[in-house]
Design a protein around this ligand. Structure first.
Ligand code: Q9C
Ligand code: ZN
Length: 338
């Protein structure tokens, strides 16, 4: 299996965040990617490929140019300085906006857990590159499932807003790449958190079906989106599906809901899929609240494999550094044709 990863992605190192008023070690560490790499390196089932260049044109067609400039503005920060947006102008007054002023980055951000430093742009751009090249590889060879080891993750980022440890929406970049060949693409988001960014990026698009399984937003981040009533907008109505699940949902319940949810792939006539794969659904995840076991990722993979569709797997969350590597390997190796 082709695995896409660039070492620049290890430069962005958020140190802390505020969670429920407490300063905590930032969960989105480089050790997550290292744990995954450790499981995939020196294993003949996996070929780790460094993407050639980052897809600037795709980034610009997916995100507000001033959002991109804002994240780039942080490249001028000194090494020991990290900017935490914490003022979010609700009116987003464009007349005052100067994307080169780092203090204005809050105009493009929706929480205070997604800091900017002088390595953030590069790491996030190369993370997006993984998703783009993984999708390109599927365009060339539709029978081979590919894996983009994206980090920082992407599914909380929308056109105008970064947040939730996400800067650029990697899954959206993969989907857009697939759309150059396939008319109908589905994104299935199995991260613990609702993929609010992915939802809003495609909510008006009837050619992209977005399916999301996640912790009930009444109780869990991102709180304001992920309800069943969000079904898409305008022409896209009917092409967004949310499945909020209870705290401590186990593998059996999870897979039953997933299998039901995936029946829409047939009705929609999906020609290719992107799996936004978060592993913060594991029972030992420090920030997720489901109760999945490592073996459940095999069953989850089987639910997808049944559809025999060209597939790109895009890494999202998963914060237990001891387990994430094994969980990722367990999941993705299930897709290798034998
Ligand atoms: N300071 C992903 O799994 N916690 N993101 C917010 C606010 C955010 C998780 C606390 C959790 C985001 C990709
Ligand atoms: Zn998550």
């Amino acid at each position: 299996m082709k695995v896409f990863f660039h070492t620049e992605q290890l430069k962005h190192k958020p140190i802390y965040e505020y969670a429920f008023g407490e300063k905590i070690d930032h969960p989105e560490t480089t050790r997550r990617a290292e744990s995954i790499l450790k499981e995939l390196e020196n294993n003949s089932d996996f070929e780790i490929i460094s993407p050639e260049k980052y897809p600037l044109a795709l980034l610009k067609s997916t995100h507000n140019h001033n959002l991109i400039k804002s994240i780039m503005a942080a490249e001028k920060l000194p090494d020991d300085n990290t900017f935490y947006p914490c003022v979010f102008p609700y009116h987003r007054d464009k007349s005052r906006l100067n994307p080169l002023n780092i203090n204005h980055a809050g105009a493009f951000c929706f929480d205070n857990g997604t800091p900017l430093n002088n390595t953030t742009f590069s790491s996030a751009a190369w993370s997006a590159a993984d998703a783009h090249y993984a999708a390109k590889a599927v365009l060339e060879n539709p029978d081979e499932v590919t894996y983009a080891l994206c980090r920082p993750p992407g599914h909380h980022a929308s056109k105008d807003l970064f947040g939730g440890y996400c800067y650029f929406n990697n899954a959206a970049i993969a989907a857009k790449t697939l759309l150059t060949k396939y008319k109908k693409v589905a994104i299935i988001d199995i991260d613990f958190h609702h993929g609010n960014g992915t939802q809003v990026l495609f909510e008006r698009n009837p050619n992209v079906l977005v399916i999301n399984l996640h912790g009930n937003p009444e109780e869990f981040y991102p709180y304001f989106t992920g309800f069943e009533s969000e079904t898409g907008v305008g022409k896209g109505d009917g092409f967004n599906k949310n499945y909020p699940l209870d705290r401590l949902t186990d593998g059996q319940t999870y897979v039953a809901v997933l299998e039901k949810a995936l029946e829409d792939l047939k009705r929609f006539d999906a020609q290719a899929i992107v799996i936004s794969a978060g592993f913060d659904t594991h029972k030992d995840d420090p920030i997720g609240h489901f109760y999945l076991e490592t073996s459940d990722y095999v069953t989850i993979a089987s639910a997808f494999i049944k559809y025999k569709l060209p597939t790109v797997i895009v890494q999202e969350g998963g914060y237990n550094e001891a387990h994430i590597g094994i969980n990722v390997r367990t999941f993705i190796e299930s897709f290798i044709k034998t």
